[in-house]
Write a protein that binds this ligand. Structure first.
Ligand code: GLP
Length: 245
């Protein structure tokens, strides 16, 4: 079998605070270097400690975000913005009500989905992302690009897998309340970013990280596409890295 050349940088941390401080410093450094900056954002528990640090940097006047536009990865189909588990609600609560960015964009899972998909793809093609923050699903999804998603995919509507519905049910009253579909940036949209930061913490991510790094690139492991992308830094805690050498 042909040996795969992994070009990604992987950093493993014993201390979670240090991990998030380093991501925050890296991100703020990038924001300060640019006069306009397009920042790709992720939802989920993994992003929360980073957003807390950005709010702190904002509140203590260490960084100005008024030249930063944000672009979120994904959203459930059919959840109103007022629903506590919608991603628009999450972003509002965890970041947007604390920091005023130049503009903030999220794909919409309400109304005409074909129009929403086209709108988001056009928006992304006009506004290349300078830095994309990513988490990873326990099944290796990035954004909501589930196993089987083609590498050249753009923003699309996806049927969520049972694994993702189960993983994300912790944010809903029960597993039956989790939407079956979502709108997500595609893998090609994500790979078009100039830089990527992927964060994974906890035992629940160890298997996905192992497969991403150690196994052959395959659409069954969507995150494995990132191993061929040069400008990515992967930040892991020891649990998420526990299956690596
Ligand atoms: C969710 C989101 C992803 C996120 C991932 C991990 O389903 N769609 O964008 O990165 O799965 O979520 P968490 O950080 O909560 O583990």
């Amino acid at each position: 079998m042909k040996e795969r050349v992994i070009v990604m940088t992987i950093l493993v941390y014993e201390n979670l605070d240090l991990l998030y401080d380093d991501v925050k410093d890296h991100l703020i450094d990038q924001i300060k270097r640019h006069q306009t900056f397009n920042l790709g954002l992720a939802t989920g528990s993994t992003s929360e400690p980073l957003y807390e640090r950005l709010i702190d940097a904002h509140d203590t006047h260490k960084v100005d975000f008024s030249h930063v536009s944000t672009f979120n990865l994904d959203e459930y189909v059919g959840l109103e913005a007022s629903h506590h588990a919608s991603y628009v609600y999450f972003m509002q609560e965890k970041l947007f009500k604390h920091i005023s960015f130049k503009t903030s964009h999220m794909p919409s899972g309400l109304g005409n989905l074909v129009e929403n998909v086209n709108f988001y793809n056009q928006l992304l093609s006009k506004n290349p992302i300078d830095l994309q923050i990513l988490g990873i699903g326990s099944n290796g999804h990035i954004a909501f690009n589930e196993p089987g998603t083609p590498v050249d995919s753009l923003t699309h509507i996806v049927n969520l897998t049972d694994q993702t519905i189960f993983d994300n049910s912790r944010f809903f009253e029960s597993v039956d309340h989790v939407p079956a579909k979502a709108i997500t940036m595609g893998l090609a949209n994500i790979m078009a970013a100039k830089k990527i930061i992927l964060i994974a913490t906890g035992k629940n991510k160890a298997q996905a990280i192992y497969k991403m790094v150690k196994e052959a690139q395959t659409t069954n492991m969507p995150a494995s596409v990132l191993t061929t992308y040069e400008n990515i830094t992967v930040y892991l805690d020891q649990e998420a890295a526990s299956l690596l050498d």
